[in-house]
Ligand binder design. Structure first.
Ligand SMILES: Cc1cn([C@H]2C[C@H](O)[C@@H](COP(=O)(O)OP(=O)(O)OP(=O)(O)O)O2)c(=O)[nH]c1=O
Length: 192
């Protein structure tokens, strides 16, 4: 049995390390992440995580883990910004409001798939142009859903969350540990 992390995200690798889990292999899935017309954020996020976990090639007894993090402003999906202009647009839209961050985690072993969707609420303070421009200049928004990362400088913009901090960063550890155990990964076994 090999454990394959189906993610190119360094955050997910770090979060797994918090559980004491080191993948035997890393294989970033390459799928089309465009939302379908009218698709709502939660079903979108769950679909993308499912498609990712099926896109990774593995032997029948291997365990594959994939996740998708989606920022939802009402019914609107804020993906990874294409450029600084779009990042600025996202940050203006999030300013002074609450939004949801959804992370869907999927694990697969052969044909068996287990999946959990974890929804958190995040409040962003009202942002000035100076704050937005300073954050854009850091480049930290690149590759981040919704154009921010709570674990970076944008943490200063977030006075309140409800839900899973690790889920907002990209891999909800409590639910992930449960999924890994459910699919037969020997989590905690070496410590016994
Ligand atoms: C909201 C938020 C997102 N993010 C990141 C987590 C994800 O890496 C990224 C969302 O993109 P994803 O498509 O979920 O993941 P990814 O493309 O980085 O990696 P892969 O598909 O190979 O697994 O945004 C943060 O790091 N912090 C945050 O606060």
């Amino acid at each position: 049995m090999a454990f394959i992390l189906g993610s190119g995200s360094p955050r997910r690798l770090d979060l797994l390390a918090q559980l004491g889990v080191q993948p035997d292999a890393i294989s970033a899935p390459d799928i089309d992440e465009d939302p379908e017309r009218g698709e709502l954020p939660l079903p979108y996020c769950a679909r993308i995580a499912r498609e990712k976990v099926h896109a990774v090639t593995a032997a029948p007894n291997d365990i594959v883990l994939c996740a998708d993090t989606t920022v939802a402003l009402g019914r609107r999906i804020l993906g990874k910004p294409e450029d600084a202009g779009q990042a600025a647009e996202f940050l203006h839209a999030l300013s002074g409001r609450r939004h949801r961050v959804i992370t869907s985690v999927a694990v697969r072993r052969g044909d068996r798939v287990l999946q959990r969707d974890v929804v958190s609420q995040v409040k962003v303070k009202r942002l000035s142009d100076v704050e937005i421009n300073a954050y854009l200049a850091t480049g930290d928004w690149q590759g981040k859903a919704g154009a921010y990362a709570i674990q970076g400088p944008a943490g200063a913009f977030i006075p309140w969350i409800s839900g899973s901090f690790t889920g907002i960063v990209g891999l909800p550890l409590s639910e992930t540990a449960g999924l890994l155990q459910g699919i037969g990964y020997p989590l905690y076994c070496e410590a016994l």
